[in-house]
Design a protein around this ligand. Structure first.
Ligand code: ZN
Ligand code: ZN
Length: 326
């Protein structure tokens, strides 16, 4: 079977490997669509701090279960599923309290553990979520980034009736803004400097702008991961406001800490998701009135993975790139 591997920074290949067999407790997944994520691009560019090469990517995955190992419920066979890519120890303090997204020993498929970007993937059956009948496989591949947004939106107080600002109109920012709207936020504005991303946001019915006006939001979601955007969020917050940080920071960053104290700001980090967030993302994406299709801008066959990653790296004019697996 074909499989994508990132041998070392800037070196991606589609290789031939033997098809895996599902072991006890495992299912064999035949992926349908696999998304390329900003963190996959960090691996390709050599900017991901928590991986060692070679890396087998693939964590935004929809597919069909085509074979079962021992000790797996037989009714899983033939089901359309999505992969929840986190691997946690189940023993640490955070796992025991249900917050396994911040497990002390967290590993993630596609980063510290091999991912699913290939024609088949053998995986523990409990890492799969069954999709409802008729669910679009392309939407299935958006479950993972949607669960990231759901987790951030449910981290703190409800966004219902609140004024929300989202900084960064990439996939995570757009999904955060769309889901905030679905949750009944009174106002949702999304901020980006890139014209094509602002256009995409507008096509999704969002209020899109290049600047965050001071004091225009109760809750600000930082979805970029740069010093400048975190500073913008803090300096333009309302007194008593909340800033939720989803952006992944590649560097040490200085922030106006005096404002955190003087304005009684709350700055919360948000990492990945847990099963209830995943199930909520599936519920949202299963609603045909929830318009997310414009987030998917490109599709490539698995064999063209190099071109797919090169396209995703352009970033402008490009949102979610999917690989389709036959
Ligand atoms: Zn992702
Ligand atoms: Zn743990």
């Amino acid at each position: 079977m074909k499989r994508v591997v990132i041998m070392q920074p800037h070196q991606l290949a589609v290789i031939e490997t033997p098809r895996p067999e599902p072991g006890p407790g495992q299912a064999l997944l035949k992926p349908s669509y696999i998304g390329i994520c900003g963190s996959d691009l960090h691996v390709l560019e050599g900017k991901h701090p928590f991986v060692s090469y070679p890396v087998y990517p693939g964590h935004e995955v929809s597919g069909v279960v085509c074979k079962l190992g021992q000790r797996v419920k037989r009714d899983l066979l033939g089901k359309q599923v999505v992969l929840e890519p986190s691997l946690f120890c189940g023993k640490c303090r955070n796992c025991k309290s249900g917050r396994y997204n911040i497990c002390e020993n967290l590993r993630v498929f596609g980063f510290q553990s091999p991912g699913a970007m290939g024609e088949y993937f053998a995986v523990a059956a409990d890492r799969l979520h069954v999709l409802p009948e008729g669910f679009l496989a392309t939407r299935g591949a958006l479950t993972e980034p949607s669960a990231v947004a759901v987790h951030a939106l449910r981290l703190d107080e409800s966004v219902k009736g609140r004024e929300i600002a989202v900084i960064g109109a990439g996939t995570i920012g757009l999904l955060t803004a769309l889901i905030a709207k679905a949750y009944g936020a009174k106002r949702v504005q999304i901020i980006d400097l890139d014209k094509s991303r602002l256009k995409a946001a507008q096509s999704l019915g969002l209020e899109a702008t290049t600047t965050l006006r001071p004091q225009s939001a109760n809750i600000i979601f930082e979805c970029v991961g740069l010093a400048a955007t975190l500073r913008t969020a803090i300096e333009n917050s309302r007194k008593g406001g909340t800033i939720i940080v989803l952006g992944v920071f590649g560097q040490e960053t200085s922030i106006p800490a005096s404002l955190i104290q003087d304005w009684e700001l709350r700055i919360l980090g948000s990492l990945m998701y847990t099963t209830p967030d995943y199930q909520e993302a599936i519920r949202l994406l299963g609603d045909p009135d929830f318009n997310v299709e414009p987030v998917i801008t490109h599709k490539f066959p698995l064999a063209d993975a190099n071109e797919a990653f090169a396209t995703a790296l352009k970033r402008s004019e490009v949102l979610k790139v999917l690989l389709s697996i036959n």
